[in-house]
Ligand binder design. Structure first.
Ligand code: FES
Length: 137
């Protein structure tokens, strides 16, 4: 049985709470490039300045996706497909994660599978970062 110190429990709880309390907002400052990539201006999406912040947008290449601020690191972002890996229903943010109304699958805010019937987490999408822009490849 794993043991947890009081400090690790409090730090872990705080990190989860921080990721669980910020509702997604629609993205702004979006530019679809000729090559199909989607460029997001980080300066105008203030939700992404906070750990746990989420923006949602539709992309030409992947359909609905979410950008999640996962840490304060300059590389602390993830991009998730919002299409449920079970049968493709679009998931919605719920209880600090994602819920699929298709058949009830649940995912963490980082896309990790919590409850099936899906067998995998939400798809992670590759992206590149500069200090000003996040580009979904
Ligand atoms: S499509 Fe999401 S659980 Fe079935």
């Amino acid at each position: 049985m794993p043991t947890f110190s009081r400090r690790s429990f409090i730090c872990g709880t705080a990190a989860v709470a921080a990721l669980a309390t910020v509702p997604a907002v629609a993205a702004t400052g979006i530019n679809t490039l000729a090559n199909g990539k989607t460029e997001i201006d980080l300066a105008v999406n203030s939700a992404l300045s906070t750990v746990g912040g989420v923006i949602e947008l539709n992309t030409k290449k992947y359909g609905p996706v979410a950008v999640v601020r996962t840490s304060k690191s300059t590389k602390g972002f993830s991009v998730l497909s919002l299409s449920c890996p079970h049968a493709g229903v679009i998931v919605n943010q719920n209880n600090g994660g994602w819920f699929c109304k298709g058949h009830g699958s649940e995912f963490g805010l980082n896309g990790a599978l919590k409850v099936g019937p899906a067998k995998t987490g939400l798809g992670a999408i590759k992206f590149t970062l500069t200090s000003k822009k996040l580009t979904i490849n």
